[in-house]
Design a protein around this ligand. Structure first.
Ligand code: PGU
Length: 418
């Protein structure tokens, strides 16, 4: 055993090798990195009033109706009659039914196909266990970084190409204003998995029906599985589909991951769900649903029963009304931000079907724009390249903040950048 002596104490160094896939992750996870920059900025300017329009974290208080449902249930847990321990690993039956009926009305999704989770992020990783390390992956570029990072941790990297900063097993599908934020599949080699997020984080683009029809058609032709992230579906204001299952044929090729985080301000409470249709099967005919059930039982053990009670309240008639009002606050914030950037003559995307505003600074590097905005206005944003090379020249601005802070941020932006 290798022993090191440090300050008089013996420090043991393991003889266990680091997971080689962890070594392939090139940077820290994007959002903690932004958090670090914020701390450094606070140290540099201790008196500055920093406004965070960076990480997408909800700020409005929970509707009383939803908070009371959870507190009432928690109190019941302190009684002999009301106490409950482990629940079903797949989730509370009533909640699974409510999700199928409310979020997938007329889409043919059964409650048994809905698995309750502790948030979309966690299921993005758990889903990877279904396909293993030999699977090839395609992502939109720019994309929410958890898809790429969880693929790398899983080892879905194919031939490692460090000099380009990219991996052979991962295809980056360029999605920008020039192609209506939808990949040109003619130029994309077949992959086993296609991660697709709509409304998209970071661009804010909600895919149109024809685009999703094309996506399902490509997956069907190639025998690929779509992992569709609909975490922001309640922000859709136009006719864009709120779920991949609005598209005929999707049940044979798609898994959908979603969340109560942005739908109801549950970022800290932690609740989400994943739909794995019974129709979905591997190349050998084995049902994917059976494996996901197995994974949930082995690696998860079910979501918090208090959080699930809150989820049920969110999906009641009163709860839906209250959470939609919350979303309107953020959407109005997004409108104010969009107008501000547009008034400076900048190209602005997103915002209408999403809490994120995606702003283009032609000829500039995203990190330089991020730094300039932070230095001049004390506002935290997210540099577009944090979401992939396709985000170069852009910054993502989040509308998750109080109206007062959004107005103050717009005032500063106009004064210092306008
Ligand atoms: N999927 C998408 C597309 C997201 O944007 C986020 C969070 C998640 C999943 C995670 O949802 P949970 O249900 O809360 O697990 N995106 C935020 C937070 C970033 C992070 O990774 O912490 C954002 O700012 O992009």
């Amino acid at each position: 055993m290798k022993n090191k002596v440090k300050m008089g104490a013996i420090v043991c160094q393991l003889r266990v090798a680091r997971n080689a896939n962890m070594e392939k992750l090139q940077n820290g996870y994007l959002f903690p990195e932004i958090g670090m920059r914020q701390i450094m900025h606070m140290e540099k300017y201790p008196n500055a009033k920093i406004i965070s329009l960076g990480i997408g974290d909800t700020t409005e208080p929970l509707p009383v109706f939803i908070a009371s449902a959870m507190s009432k249930y928690s109190h019941q847990l302190s009684t002999k009659e009301g106490y409950q321990g482990y629940g079903a690993e797949q989730g509370n039956k009533e909640l699974r039914k409510a999700i199928a009926a409310t979020m997938y009305k007329d889409m043919g999704i059964r409650d048994t196909e809905v698995f309750i989770s502790d948030g979309a992020q966690c299921d993005i990783s758990r889903i990877q266990l279904l396909f293993g390390s030999n699977a090839t992956v395609a992502v939109q570029d720019p994309t929410f970084p958890a898809y790429v990072d969880s693929s790398i941790i899983m080892g879905q990297t194919g031939e490692y190409m460090s000099h380009t900063g990219k991996y052979g097993g991962i295809e980056y599908m360029k999605c920008g204003p020039e192609n209506m934020f939808f990949p040109d599949f003619a130029g994309v080699p077949r992959t086993d998995i296609i991660f697709f997020c709509s409304p998209n984080n970071p661009t804010g683009h909600a895919a149109a029906r024809e685009q999703l029809e094309q996506l399902v058609e490509v997956a069907t032709r190639n025998g690929s599985v779509i992992v569709y992230d609909s975490s922001y579906s309640d922000y859709i204001s136009d006719e864009s589909p709120t779920s991949i299952y609005e598209i005929p044929g999707a049940k044979e090729v798609a898994i959908e991951i979603s969340s109560f985080s942005k739908l109801a301000g549950f970022t800290g409470i932690r609740l989400g769900w994943t739909v794995v249709p019974h129709e979905l099967s591997y190349s050998n005919g084995f049902p994917v649903h059976k494996d996901f059930d197995r994974i949930v039982c082995t690696c998860f053990n079910g979501a918090s029963n208090i959080a699930q009670r809150g989820g049920l309240a969110c999906l009641s008639k009163e709860g839906r009304k209250a959470t939609k009002n919350l979303i309107e606050v953020y959407k109005e914030n997004a409108r104010v931000l969009t107008d501000t950037f547009a008034s400076m003559g900048l190209e602005v995307y997103g915002g209408t079907n999403s809490p994120y505003v995606w702003v283009y600074f032609p000829g500039r590097k995203s990190w330089d724009v991020f730094t300039e905005i932070l230095e001049k206005t004390h506002i935290i944003t997210v540099p577009g390249t944090g979401f992939g090379l396709g985000g170069e020249g852009f910054i993502r601005v989040s509308s998750f903040n109080t109206r007062e802070c959004i107005q103050e941020a717009c005032h500063r932006l106009q004064n210092f950048l306008g």
